[in-house]
Design a protein around this ligand. Structure first.
Ligand SMILES: *[C@@H]1O[C@H](CO)[C@@H](O)[C@H](O)[C@H]1NC(C)=O
Ligand SMILES: *[C@@H]1O[C@H](CO)[C@@H](O)[C@H](O)[C@H]1NC(C)=O
Ligand SMILES: *[C@@H]1O[C@H](CO)[C@@H](O)[C@H](O)[C@H]1NC(C)=O
Length: 260
């Protein structure tokens, strides 16, 4: 596997992947996978960016592009979560959003108990963290697309104080005026309900989570995946992504896989 002995060659591999993927990223593959893929294939052949490493395998027909699911169990004030967001998740998503489906589940090591009115949450880094988790959860509720909520949450998590930064991040980056709704949700029963769902989802993890951020790729968490993703999420997403593009060489459709 390419990941063995990766430490020394990691930078080179990452750089190559960035080069390869950049061509995938520059043109959206959402609209018509066949024509996009063929276009990309010709482009790559023309530019020779990765031609030496392209392994086109024969394939009967075009496969649908299936994004890699990256689920991230986090909490708003955890330093490692903030580092991962700033140095892995957000840059990787910017590069390869077309092949990546990010789900953030803010809750992490929090605990919940049933109170008189709704659930009561206790967070690892105190009540501020609980409020930060609620703000992010409500943001995701109102802006379910990665395009809309990831830049805002990245803005919060890379600020000195995610909670005080929240309002300006939302005002600056949200596609519509939603700050009042987000605050209302975070302080009310809607946020409470969704946070309870986050709790159930987090507590239902198999294997149970032991730390945060807890990374799940296409439904699977292993120590190896966690380690690899912490080193280079980009590499993990690219290697997990199966179909890169479809080549039509001499009238025969071929599907090229990573590593390209
Ligand atoms: C996608 O593009 C290909 C090649 O240009 C074309 O043959 C095909 O009909 C298109 N498919 C759709 C669904 O538009
Ligand atoms: C994105 O990931 C979530 C959680 O893994 C999943 O429920 C959802 O169906 C995925 N969406 C797409 C478009 O793949
Ligand atoms: C919402 O809750 C936060 C944190 O508990 C508090 O600081 C803020 O004043 C509340 N806002 C409103 C509008 O109730």
């Amino acid at each position: 596997m390419l990941f063995h002995n990766m430490s020394s060659s990691r930078l080179v591999v990452s750089a190559l992947l960035v080069l390869c993927l950049y061509s995938v990223h520059t043109v959206s593959i959402k609209k018509n996978a066949t024509s996009r893929a063929n276009y990309e294939c010709r482009r790559v052949q023309r530019t020779k960016t990765c031609s030496a490493k392209i392994c086109c395998e024969r394939a009967a027909r075009v496969q649908e592009v299936k994004k890699v699911n990256v689920d991230l169990y986090v909490e708003s004030l955890c330093p490692d979560c903030r580092m991962f967001m700033a140095y892995q998740l957000f840059p990787t998503w910017l590069l390869v959003e077309d092949i990546m489906n990010v789900t953030l589940i803010p809750y992490g090591n929090a605990k919940e108990t049933r109170g008189k009115e709704g659930w009561k949450f206790t967070c690892q880094h105190g009540p501020d963290e609980c409020y930060g988790n609620l703000l992010e959860t409500c943001l995701i509720h109102f802006l379910p697309n990665n395009d809309d909520h990831l830049p805002i949450i990245n803005c919060m998590e890379t600020a000195r104080d995610p909670i005080t930064a929240a309002e300006s991040c939302v005002q600056m980056l949200a596609p519509s005026k939603i700050w009042n709704d987000v605050v209302k949700c975070s302080n009310g029963s809607l946020g409470n309900d969704i946070m309870h769902k986050n709790a159930i989802r987090t507590d239902g993890l198999q294997p149970p989570h032991k730390y945060v951020p807890w990374i799940v790729i296409n439904g699977v968490h292993t120590e190896e995946i966690q380690q690899q993703a912490s080193n280079s999420l980009l590499a993990v997403v690219c290697h997990t992504f199966k179909v890169c593009w479809v080549c039509n060489l001499n009238g025969v459709d071929s599907v090229s896989h990573f590593p390209c």
